[in-house]
Design a protein around this ligand. Sequence first.
Ligand code: C2E
Ligand code: MG
Ligand code: MG
Length: 592
Amino acid sequence: MFAATSDGIVVTDLQGCIVEVNPAYCALTGYSREALLGQNPRLLKSNRHDAEFYRRMWQALLQEGRWQGEIWNRRRNGELFVRWLTIDQVRDERGSPTHYVGVLSQLCAARRKDADVERTLHVDPLTGLPNGLLLRDRLRQAMVLGRRSGHKVALLHLDLDGFRPINERYGHPFGDRLLVAVAERLRTGLRATDTAARAGGDEFLFLLPEAGAASDAGLVARKLLDLLAEPFRIEAGREVRLSASIGIVLHPDDAEDVDELLAHAEAAMQRAKGAGRNRYHFYSRSLQARASQEMEIEAELRRALEQEEFLLYYQPQVDARRGQLTGVEALVRWNHPRQGILPPGRFIKIAEDTGLIAPLGEWVLRTACRQARRWRDQGLPPFRLAVNLAAVQFDDLRLVDRVAGWLIESGVDPRQFEVEITEGSAMRSPERTVERLMELKAIGVRVAIDDFGTGYSSLGYLRRFPVDTLKVDRTFLRNVPDDEENATLCAAVISLARTLGMSVIAEGVETAAQVEFLRERECDELQGFLFGRPMPPDELARTARTRTTLLPDGLPPARSRTPARQRRGSMPPRATPARTTPPGVSSRRKER
Ligand code: C2E
Ligand code: MG
Ligand code: MG
């Protein structure tokens, strides 16, 4: 009954700590059971009841063991909802109170009508978005939470450029439909915890309750502008182009209270309009300066793409025992006209933030494939080629088609081609990752999880990802084996990968002692400065042609293992990805 009822039920101890909830309670509040256990139901407080309300509730509970009444609560996503709440004290055999149980049930019909009225008070009837009133309420709430948690709260004021002439020219019904379409599009630019509201006319407000930093708000603003840039087709044969001006304020930096924040956001929006429209402007001068600087780098990156100022370097990956070249990882460089060769750390993040990573990533894929072809034409022995994918590329629905296209164009064997995605981007939306990886596997390419150990993987998902290789992040190799903690973690990751039937590459190998440690733990492959830095393609070709092992002088190949430890028989050079499953592991992975 507890599980099946549609009334939300919550059990707390006498201190008000939640000890159990039923599924209906989770559905109603939007929190998972795990998130609620140990919390106080105060978590749901809507701020619509005053202190006196709660004082009376407690008085009734303490004196009569029961309270009931109508209560407004707040869901996890910020929505308000109203329910009839009955709280009863639970007593043990001896009659001493042990728990409280609260039941949230639907209001009777008459009451529900009030709630509907309440809803219309908070929603813009045209677009269905929250209205300014509700936004103010959420803004106030976000400021309170932000103060407690140290998060910044960002407020964006967006005003469409040139909406009025469109409205006048095509008529109000058309203008209304355009606004609905705009609202729908803008809403897709936000995270679930953000709020988009219509402030009236052609103005919208956006509340980001957990803006990590100012740049976060800038990113969202940029995204909103990009979303609007696509033409709107409201009626057949009539295409409308829109842009907008956006003002950004941050709490607590720019203002202390709701009215001031709203006013400053509008002022900043006016400045964006004044500066030429289709842009965003921060209220604070220093943030604006930083935003301009990023825009400058962005412009430089755009130019660099056009002028083909990027290069690919290739770093060897070797088999752990003999040091034979098994593969290479393509790593991008920017050959900057004034600053020389820049490592990706200097520009990848900005490229990601500005969306330029998409064309850059495509360039990398195409160039790497062509290079593989060139090496083959030069008669080099085959080795695997790995390419890094950024999260946005991974989100791109056409990724697989593109990869397949470049492989076919260059005649590269997909089994010798590997894509690396970081653990962080794989775990952002694991269900989608599973799907995307399946697609990649279907065309025969290999998949590696990069920087493994730096994200937060769920083992459940990791098992479901059709992944060939785990790359142990190089931070885990630091001072191994002397650093015991790192050594333990490193060994654990290797054995995890084995259990899941994946092969392991250790990144950032710099010393012979690390090699010994990794061999001992049966790590399959190694990558690091000890065997070669990332190098231009010709140098890589020379290396591949002239050296049978990349082990440095003085580091002999590993002795073959004693039979007791020998788990996979003698190890062939890893030209083919085939591997047997370690004993004690189900053949789940092989079934794929
Ligand atoms: P990553 O994919 O984990 O690449 C390995 C990085 O470790 C490379 O840095 C490499 O130079 C460095 N490394 C290799 N061996 C050693 C070593 O023994 N010691 C030390 N200290 N470092 C070593 P790099 O080339 O600066 O690349 C940094 C990151 O930039 C890459 O990390 C990757 O996340 C990203 N990146 C590089 N190229 C691309 C690309 O084409 N597309 C995307 N999306 N990201 C890329
Ligand atoms: Mg990588
Ligand atoms: Mg890495």
